[in-house]
Design a protein around this ligand. Structure first.
Ligand code: 25A
Ligand code: L14
Length: 340
């Protein structure tokens, strides 16, 4: 548990990555009460400096005793590293907010989106999991609809940007695009196929049931966060040649009938959501416009005329912010609010 103080010693693990970078700037922008910041990455980055509030902070490699004196550690260094280091950090008395997939489905670990289930922070044992980026933006929108009309089933298709995979993938999209425009041969290192000018129905590994891990995260994490295992979810997750922001097409079947206007009103009043829906003016959420924003944007709200109680919509959020760094910092903000 965190003791109430005026300011806290905060660590970012995976500080040199795409998400880690965003964590540092999110802490700055939101003026998180930081007494001291410690930045960690692999030995590859040891000795490099990163800026925080105008100061140069050295990047350190992780050691057994690295977490002494640290109050809160934000992790985004991949599941392998979280598996080893999050328990080490928790043992030394620091609270870990972990962005990897390692601890999300562990029954001992709360999986939290502040707009949906802040109450679950009360039972943490030193590690709190930050959900998958595609799941976060979806549950922010599903929760108010579930409260108003009880969701029976969701069919989701995602259009995910390359920044979810990290910096290497952003470089690959840029390199392939310039290579193709210059009639050069392309190289595929990060994804199994060309991503520039292409669409890949494949995110994370394939499982025995024919789905990908990313698709099953959206099913399982949604039920755990909303705390209702009767909600049925089926997902198709797709990589598109976009740098930043994930888009999702949602088809939602509810127990109670809701008109599109009712849905618009409920979402407009819910936390973390902006309704951006004026088709007559070509207004709907677009990744290039939402990049860098904090909220989840919703448009194209319309009735599914093929079933009794169905609604279709299009949602977009910045996967590095609400999908990762911002959600983690918001969890840390709630933790210090609850501290005593
Ligand atoms: O396993 P998961 O959970 O599925 O996550 C897999 C990856 O997805 C990203 C994140 O990539 C993660 O590694 N990710 C995780 N959760 C995410 C989410 N919710 C998410 N993305 C979006 N949404 P990343 O590139 O953003 O971050 C990687 C960071 O982890 C640091 N790291 C690696 N090993 C570490 C470690 N930190 C501590 N201890 C260790 N042992 C890593 O630091 C980075 O900050 P780095 O020093 O290894 O990388 C510095 C630069 O080098 C590049 N690079 C990466 N691999 C290589 C490389 N350069 C050369 N050779 C390589 N093999 C990186 O691009 C980085 O710029
Ligand atoms: O957090 O887009 O589980 O390649 C792992 C895959 C984050 C996105 C996670 C991607 C995801 C990532």
């Amino acid at each position: 548990m965190i003791k109430k103080k005026n300011s806290y010693v905060v660590a970012v693990v995976g500080a040199t990555g795409a998400v880690g970078n965003e964590m540092i700037s999110t802490l700055e922008q939101r003026n998180f009460p930081v007494e001291k910041i410690r930045l960690f990455a692999s030995e590859r980055s040891e000795g490099k400096d990163l800026e925080f509030h105008g100061n140069q902070i050295p990047v350190e490699a992780l050691k057994e005793d690295s977490f002494k004196g640290i109050d809160i550690a934000l992790f985004s260094a991949g599941a392998e590293r979280s598996k080893i280091w999050a328990p080490v950090a928790a043992k030394s008395g620091c609270v870990v907010v972990d962005n990897s997939s390692q601890w999300r489905m562990d029954p001992e670990v709360p999986l939290v989106v502040p707009e949906v289930n802040t109450h679950d922070l009360k039972w943490h044992k030193g590690i709190i999991a930050n959900p998958n980026c595609s799941t976060i933006q979806m549950v922010v929108v599903l929760k108010p609809i579930h409260d108003a009309a009880k969701i029976k089933r969701v069919v989701v298709t995602t259009f995910q940007s390359v920044s979810g995979t990290g910096k290497k993938a952003m470089d690959e999209l840029l390199q392939q695009t310039t290579d193709i425009l210059n009639f050069r041969e392309i190289k595929c290192n990060v994804y199994p196929h060309q991503i520039a000018f292409n669409v890949l129905p494949h995110i994370d590994k394939f499982l025995e049931n024919g789905y990908t891990k990313e698709e099953m995260k959206m099913v399982n994490e949604t039920q755990k966060i909303i705390g209702d295992y009767s909600i049925r979810v089926t997902a198709t997750t797709v990589r598109v040649p976009v740098f930043r922001c994930h888009s999702e097409s949602l088809n939602i079947e509810t127990e109670k009938k809701m008109t599109p206007d009712e849905v618009r009103a409920i979402l407009a009043g819910a936390p973390g959501i902006i309704v951006f829906d004026a088709p007559d003016k070509n207004v709907y959420p677009l990744p290039v416009e939402i990049a860098g924003k904090d909220d989840t944007y919703v448009g194209r709200i319309r009735e599914d005329e093929s079933i009794e109680n169905g609604i279709n919509m299009w949602i977009v959020a910045d996967n590095l912010r609400k999908g990762a760094a911002l959600n983690a910092v918001q969890i840390a903000e709630k933790l210090i609010e609850m501290a005593d």
